[in-house]
Design a binder for this molecule. Structure first.
Ligand SMILES: Cc1cc2nc3c(=O)[nH]c(=O)nc-3n(C[C@H](O)[C@H](O)[C@H](O)COP(=O)(O)OP(=O)(O)OC[C@H]3O[C@@H](n4cnc5c(N)ncnc54)[C@H](O)[C@@H]3O)c2cc1C
Length: 340
């Protein structure tokens, strides 16, 4: 069923003519208002501003719900329309194709609330809350446990799905439970065991957005166990130390997605790439970072496809030299063109 055919039942549609980069070329962008919510679905929304690489094309349809009801309505709408769904957190572990993404992209960035419960030491937070923001807030309150996460520029939802980690700690160590919305609209509360955590992996990653025609499970909220009652100065000092260490050892001055590859134990991916002589190697605007070889940075004007080709080139060179296949940690979304 086409969007325009179904809108009468669930929403109103508004079409406007917008002048994009090329004023000669005007394109019609549409806005759909989901009934009984304050939620608008926009067509042809550029995604580059919503990814830390600052690259990527447009979402066919884009929505950023502000509460659970609006999120459920968005998922329901996509189901009715047969649209594939892609979930976007802070976009800090994503490479979105220059050609953009089909279907509905749901951003969790406006799902915000947090509750520090001093009785239990538990922090319950909505999926769109910022991980570094929470790390600083916890430190100021004298709650221990999130100091390690200060340099991870993602959301709670992305961190729960990716099992984000640093400084020998990770989400799986501190997660009490996650609230998850299934494609059929049901909400369930999952424990870490049910989520099935491994190194930078979880069962929530399977059935990712690349499976067109479907919708992955969506983390709406998470509860973490922290330790309150510590001297805030002490927690702040450790948090600052971690932040400074990151700034000194990783290239935060250029857009990136953090580590591109998983570490193939017992090796560090960055060490293998550096030993292969690839530090500084560049394709278009994408470069193997000089400071840390497991980072690819956008030196300015990079295309998503430059980054994709550099990922493939690194994999090929490391395989040739070490017989090791580097598995990407970054999630690649949409269509890419390998270099001829
Ligand atoms: C400078 C820099 C440093 C970094 N350092 C680290 C580090 O030290 N350790 C580390 O682990 N990572 C690191 N990262 C990578 C990244 O920040 C983490 O993977 C982070 O957890 C991703 O969160 P996000 O909200 O940006 O998710 P996104 O990148 O938006 O999404 C990642 C995946 O999770 C899915 N997803 C996101 N939100 C939800 C949700 N609510 N429900 C269901 N699925 C969802 C997406 O569909 C996608 O498959 C770094 C990135 C940068 C740019």
């Amino acid at each position: 069923m086409k969007i325009s055919q179904a809108v009468e039942n669930v929403c109103t549609i508004f079409a406007s003519t917008t002048q994009k980069q090329n004023p000669e070329k005007s394109s019609v962008s549409k806005i759909i208002y989901l009934k009984d919510t304050d939620c608008t679905i926009k067509s042809q929304a550029s995604l580059s501003a919503f990814t830390s690489y600052r690259v990527g094309g447009s979402a066919e349809w884009y929505v950023a719900p502000r509460n659970l009801e609006a999120l459920q309505a968005s998922v329901e709408y996509a189901k009715e329309q047969g649209l594939p769904v892609t979930i976007l957190g802070a976009g800090s572990n994503l490479l979105v194709s220059d050609r953009g993404l089909p279907g509905l992209v749901i951003s969790t960035r406006h799902l915000r609330h947090n509750n520090f419960d001093p009785q239990t030491g538990q922090l319950t937070v909505a999926a769109g809350e910022s991980i570094p923001g929470l790390a600083w807030e916890a430190a100021k309150l004298g709650w221990q446990g999130l100091e390690w996460a200060v340099g991870i520029p993602g959301t709670v939802g992305g961190a729960v799905v990716m099992n984000a980690g640093a400084h020998n700690s990770c989400i799986a160590d501190m997660l009490v439970s996650a609230r998850v919305l299934s494609p059929d609209g049901t909400l369930e509360t999952l424990t870490p065991t049910q989520i099935g955590y491994g190194y930078r992996t979880s069962s929530l990653q399977s059935g990712d957005s690349s499976t067109h025609g479907g919708c992955q499970r969506i983390v709406t909220q998470a509860t973490f166990q922290l330790q309150p009652g510590i001297d805030p100065a002490q927690v702040l000092a450790v948090t600052k130390q971690h932040k400074q260490h990151r700034l000194a050892t990783q290239p935060y001055n250029f857009p990136s997605c953090g580590s591109v590859f998983r570490n193939p134990a017992p090796y560090a991916a960055g060490w293998l790439i550096e030993q292969t002589g690839l530090k500084g190697y560049q394709i278009g605007g994408a470069q193997v970072a000089l400071l840390h070889a497991n980072f690819i940075v956008n030196r300015g004007g990079a295309k998503a496809n430059d980054i994709f080709c550099l990922i493939r080139y690194i994999q090929q060179q490391v395989k040739e030299r070490w017989s090791i296949y580097l598995q990407p940690e970054v999630k690649m979304m949409g269509e890419f063109q390998a270099a001829g």
